[in-house]
Design a protein around this ligand. Structure first.
Ligand code: FMN
Length: 316
């Protein structure tokens, strides 16, 4: 489970930074992996409406993270009744993901399980202070395929240290994180292991997220990860309306670091090494490399059927 924080305020050691760090520390208590992008240091160009990013994307780092995240947590102070311009630039660039879903009708496999949670604070006390922030957050979440799961907003926070001194912030964050991460608890951890994590284990992970995300915590990895997903695998998944764009091959070592999957599903006789997994299942699938489109379709369908068996509760 990955929680992605988008730190949108430029001030170092400021109120937003404190609030987001507190939130992430709380999430780690539930076994989540956390990653914070310091958005203001990414120098993201505002959208120029050329729509090229709708086809190509704009950043080798941000889209894959947005796709990998189970929970997206933007955090921003209020600048003129909205998020900061830096965070807004990133948000505008998520138009790419909006277009893939709504224009190209391709579904991100993790869309059903992803949640979005907004954090913000500002200096004044008017009741409309967070209207702009909240609307922007809701539309952003829809674009990145995350269901709006709530927010924490704080009024009358101005100087460095004000957020930290707030009498209820720790209690609020603990309660919010508990509720937010509830649906992710108790899922069976399954790791799909392949050689390059470019085709078979990618397709398996995508089907498992899409059809079994409520009961399975999916991870994947390859012994020697490829540079990119096999384009033919992405093409045959797109035929089924599943979007593999911005998913990148991952290493098995990274997937296993600090994790204890209950089951490792190996695509073939791949050497996994020492793990604490309680079970290993071998699928003995043919290698995807060198397959023609028909072969890749057959492999996709075979993987989909096997994932479906994996998800079914055993019949007695
Ligand atoms: C350019 C700018 C615009 C701001 N606009 C607002 C505003 O519209 N409403 C408000 O209540 N506070 C506003 N503030 C105050 C900040 O929201 C406040 O100081 C906040 O705590 C700073 O958070 P940080 O420490 O995370 O940067 C503004 C501050 C700046 C620098």
């Amino acid at each position: 489970m990955l929680i992605l924080g988008l730190q949108g305020s430029p001030r170092k050691k400021g109120n937003t930074e404190f609030l987001l760090s507190l939130f992430m520390a709380e999430a780690r208590k539930y076994g989540a992996r956390t990653h914070i992008v310091d958005v203001c240091r990414k120098h993201i160009e505002p959208c120029r409406e050329f729509t090229t990013c709708e086809k190509k994307g704009f950043c080798p780092e941000i889209y894959p993270l947005l796709r990998k995240a189970d929970v997206v947590v933007p955090a921003s102070t209020v600048f003129f009744y909205n998020v900061t311009a830096q965070l807004k630039a990133l948000i505008d660039r998520s138009q790419t993901l909006w277009a893939r879903n709504y224009r190209l009708k391709l579904t991100d496999p993790n869309r059903g399980m992803r949640r979005g949670f907004m954090l913000s604070q500002g200096a004044t006390k008017g009741k409309n202070l967070f209207l702009g922030v909240d609307l922007t957050a809701r539309y952003f979440f829809d674009a990145v395929g995350a269901a709006y799961a709530g927010s924490l907003y704080y009024w009358e926070i101005e100087h460095r240290g004000d957020m930290e001194k707030h009498p209820k912030v720790r209690e609020d964050v603990a309660a919010a994180v508990k509720t937010l991460l509830e649906p992710y608890q108790g899922r069976r951890k399954i790791l799909f292991a392949g050689r390059r994590n470019a085709a078979r284990s990618q397709m398996a992970a995508a089907f498992a997220q899409m059809n079994g995300g409520k009961i399975i915590d999916v991870s994947m990895g390859g012994v020697a990860p490829a540079e990119q997903i096999d384009p033919l695998a992405a093409a045959v998944m797109a035929e089924k309306g599943i979007d593999m764009m911005f998913r990148i091959p991952e290493s098995l070592d990274d997937a296993l670091a600090g994790e204890t999957p209950e089951t490792i599903v190996a695509m073939d006789t791949v050497e996994i090494g020492d793990t604490r997994a309680s079970a290993r299942v071998d699928w003995d699938l043919p290698d995807a490399e060198g397959l023609d489109i028909e072969g890749m379709r057959r492999l996709r369908d075979e993987i989909e059927a096997r994932v479906s068996d994996l998800i079914q509760p055993p019949t007695s």
